[in-house]
Design a protein around this ligand. Structure first.
Ligand code: TYD
Ligand code: MG
Length: 462
């Protein structure tokens, strides 16, 4: 047998080098190269040098056998595209303490209660701890198989000895280790190797595999990107630990959409599903203060109403502060530049703070108008009408451009009792039929002039 090769592996990006370096030659991160033993000539393949003739089949014949496993936790099922796909692998990342273990225990217990077979492998918590949590969640009687095991060889042996479960949860992939490698658990090679072997097992046995992955300081799933490439679905569980809202977001999904979100609320008895997030996000809003505007956004297939909050105040500093939470900072810079140049608002000497209430992150350009409305409202010190909402993309010229799914946004707003909407001029026929009073505007100046009360109303409904 050949001597195992030695290599230095970057713990950030997974790049390998035969020599140690202070700075990774690939991703240029400092102090991330760690010596890890590579595979010998025999390795994961079992040392077979010669291959075998593979059996080629036609894609057209036979059925796909993708009957999904419905876990019963609706928000989770929806985010992954309608339940778990047998034989698939899913990676779920999130900061420590965000609720990954709680979520997966709830998923496992729901499935077990519905007569599914589940194995929950924990490398982080002991049986008594997980039992305590299950009791707290009111799921103490769910027949979930549990093992506090981290050795991959024993896990595989157990799994292959008997009927494989429908769902295998591994909490977390960073705690597993394979004796095929000398490196410590949690290193890039171990994470990669253990994931690969488990994924192969899942494919062979048709079990759905869920891996928990820790994330690094800058929000990436620890271990190389290659784990994200190996799995079928990557989810992030996010939210502010100080807030009770938690958002489950699909980043990659081979079996469903990637723009879907699931909203949960962390309560004393575990995660509660939030079927109507808008009500939650707008729950304790203070509509009477200047600087708040409601945006009707779309997250996946669902409309979600959120509040943009802005604070614009004269700055004591030479270079004013610009801080933004929940939105893109370069987008904020663009809106400020448009307000300054096209609408003659002198914002240059002001500190600007912008926040999306509730811990949601908005990526849609459709939010431009709501952000601008909140900023202008704070700047002039007038509160916006309380039953009014905003959406529309702002171009660099200040023109308001139409956005997608306007009728759906308006419908949600109507359901939640909003009476008016400031929207782009170019509306589709369906949106015009909305029960909400529409105030179409074609340029940002229409809006700023109305708010400052200096011009004639921009509400020229067509
Ligand atoms: P946990 O699932 O252990 O997080 P992760 O696995 O992502 O590290 O969640 C731990 C946090 O959730 C902890 O700070 C306490 C809180 N929590 C509740 O508020 N209610 C509950 O019912 C449970 C089980 C946890
Ligand atoms: Mg955990």
């Amino acid at each position: 047998m050949a001597k195992p090769s030695r290599a230095y592996v970057c713990q950030e990006c997974g790049a390998t080098s035969t020599q140690w370096a202070g700075k990774c030659p690939a991703c240029e991160a400092w102090n991330t190269m760690v010596e890890e033993a590579g595979l010998g000539a025999s390795g994961a393949t079992g040392g077979k040098r010669s291959g075998k003739v593979i059996d080629i089949q036609s894609l057209a014949s036979g059925s796909a056998n993708t009957e999904r496993i419905i876990t019963g936790l609706n928000e989770f099922d929806r985010v992954i595209g309608g339940g778990l796909v047998p034989g698939s692998a899913l990676l779920i990342g999130g900061e420590p303490g965000i609720g990954k273990s709680t979520l997966l225990l709830q998923v496992a217990a729901r499935l077990a209660q519905a007569d599914g077979t589940v194995l929950y492998l924990s490398g982080e918590e002991a049986l008594s701890q997980v039992r305590l949590r299950a009791e707290r969640l009111g799921l103490g009687d769910a027949p979930v198989g549990f093992a506090a095991e981290t050795g991959l060889a024993s896990i595989l042996r157990t799994l292959e000895n008997g009927k494989p479960p429908q769902l295998i949860v591994v909490d977390s992939i960073q705690t597993l280790w394979s004796d095929l490698l000398e490196s410590a658990p949690g290193t890039v090679s171990q994470v990669r190797m253990c994931s690969q072997i488990l994924i192969q097992f899942a494919k062979r046995s048709n079990a759905a595999l869920v891996l928990v992955g820790h994330i690094t300081k800058d929000g990436q799933i620890a271990g190389p990107k290659v784990v994200e490439h190996m799995v079928d679905t990557v989810l992030y569980f996010e939210g502010e630990t100080a807030h009770q809202f938690r958002i489950l977001r699909a980043i990659k999904n081979r079996f469903g959409p990637t723009d879907e979100i699931g909203v949960f609320e962390m309560a004393g008895d575990g995660l509660r599903e939030v079927p109507n997030p808008s009500e939650l996000f707008l729950g304790d809003r203070d509509a009477a203060s200047p600087g708040t505007a409601v945006f009707a956004g779309i997250e996946g297939t669902r409309p979600v109403l959120v509040e943009f909050q802005a604070l614009v105040a004269p700055s004591p500093l030479g270079t004013p502060r610009r801080a933004v939470v929940g939105w893109d900072s370069s987008r904020l810079a663009m809106i400020l530049a448009v307000l300054e140049t096209r609408c003659n608002l002198r914002l240059g000497a002001h500190d600007v703070y912008l926040n999306v209430a509730g811990g949601l992150r908005i990526n849609e350009p459709a939010a431009d108008l709501a952000a601008a409305a909140a900023l202008v409202s704070s700047f002039v010190g007038h509160a916006l009408p309380s039953g009014c909402l905003y959406f529309g993309e702002v171009s660099l010229s200040g023109a308001i451009r139409p956005v997608g799914q306007m009728a759906l946004r308006l419908k949600e707003a109507e359901k939640l009792g909003f009476s008016t909407a400031v929207v782009p001029q170019k509306l589709d026929r369906e949106s015009r039929k909305s029960g909400i009073e529409l105030e179409p505007i074609s340029h940002l100046t229409d809006f700023t002039a109305t708010l400052a009360g200096t011009g004639e109303s921009g509400a020229n409904v067509s």
